[in-house]
Design a protein around this ligand. Structure first.
Ligand SMILES: NC(=O)c1ccc[n+]([C@@H]2O[C@H](COP(=O)([O-])OP(=O)(O)OC[C@H]3O[C@@H](n4cnc5c(N)ncnc54)[C@H](O)[C@@H]3O)[C@@H](O)[C@H]2O)c1
Ligand SMILES: CCCCC[C@H](O)/C=C/C=C\C/C=C\C/C=C\CCCC(=O)O
Length: 270
């Protein structure tokens, strides 16, 4: 990968000509990530289940960035064959995959097994499948994976125990997978993004999403007031740092309303 040295010892990867895949790409945080990648010269494959939103987004993006840098692929991250086919189509169209953003996620404590399936199993599945293309030991060019976790990946969102579990799982998987990749020589960095509350579709109709814990909605509202709402631009800047800063591997970047900070790694061997 092309790197440029910038002050303060950070190594920035240029995105010009790089190929990125974003899951959950047509709305909310995934859409903002997609736009940031395009603004910085990447080609992007947008994977999502929502064909209607995809259609209008693709029209807008095509006008701005050109058809040759874009690909929409209808894909449910729960479906192994769809994810495999989407990566293959991206390889065939753009000739490689350098960046994977495992962003697709849902919040519904009533359908909790599905939530684990999308939020955690989906991330693991896409990671293993993309490594078939990215892993330097398998002829790939290396790359970076950024998983969208949440502040609920490092502390409890009490009204959402299973959502919390799914995001703690994403943080744990990120850290261990990063170390496994480094020790194995895959040439793939793995980081995760942990935003606070962000104004998106997921952050709406909250009481209904809490299912058996809808009676805890007032406490949730207090937590929202305590943490505040994080602007999408802050989320996107944090995401961009995790993608481009070559020194970040196994990092969990917390995004608060006023600041962003890295969660220190905890060692169990010291
Ligand atoms: N909004 C927040 O407050 C917040 C905070 C921290 C983390 N997150 C996380 O950010 C990620 C994006 O959420 P958002 O807030 O942008 O939500 P959103 O609902 O606005 O967007 C989610 C996107 O994912 C897609 N999607 C859902 N299930 C899918 C599946 N099975 N396969 C493929 N695509 C699927 C949807 O169609 C949609 O385009 C999620 O992982 C979420 O947990 C959200
Ligand atoms: C019901 C709203 C759903 C939004 C989900 C989304 O992922 C956002 C969650 C944001 C914050 C709440 C989660 C946990 C807070 C607990 C601890 C944070 C610890 C912060 C610190 O250690 O400094």
């Amino acid at each position: 990968m092309t790197v440029q040295q910038t002050p303060l010892f950070s190594w920035r990867m240029s995105l010009s000509g790089k190929v990125a895949v974003v899951t959950g790409a047509v709305m909310g945080i995934g859409k903002a990530m997609t736009e940031k990648l395009l603004q910085n010269g990447a080609k992007v494959a947008l994977l999502d289940m929502n064909k209607t939103e995809a259609e209008s987004l693709m029209q807008t993006l095509t006008k701005q960035y050109g058809q040759e840098r874009l690909l929409f692929l209808h894909c449910d991250v729960e479906q192994e064959e769809q994810v495999k086919a989407a990566f293959q189509k991206t390889m065939d169209t753009f000739g490689g995959i350098h960046i994977l953003c495992n962003n697709a996620g849902i919040l519904n404590e009533s359908t909790w097994e599905k939530m684990i399936s999308v939020n955690l199993v989906g991330v693991i599945r896409a990671t293993y499948l993309v490594l078939e293309h990215m892993n330097k030991l398998k002829g790939g060019q290396g790359g970076v994976i950024v998983n969208t976790a949440s502040l609920a990946g490092i502390g409890p969102l009490v009204s959402c125990p299973v959502y919390t579990a799914s995001k703690h799982g994403v943080v744990g998987f990120t850290r261990a997978m990063s170390a496994a990749s480094a020790l194995s020589g895959y040439g793939v960095r793995v980081n995760c993004l942990c935003p606070g509350f962000v104004q998106t579709g997921l952050f709406s109709n909250i009481p209904a999403r809490l299912g058996p814990f809808s009676h805890l909605k007032d406490g949730t509202q207090l937590l929202v007031e305590k943490f505040g709402i994080v602007n999408m631009s802050q989320v996107v800047e944090a995401f961009f740092e995790l993608v481009t800063d070559e020194t970040k591997d196994g990092a969990a970047l917390l995004v608060f309303q006023q600041e962003r900070k890295y969660m220190p790694a905890v060692s169990v061997t010291d």
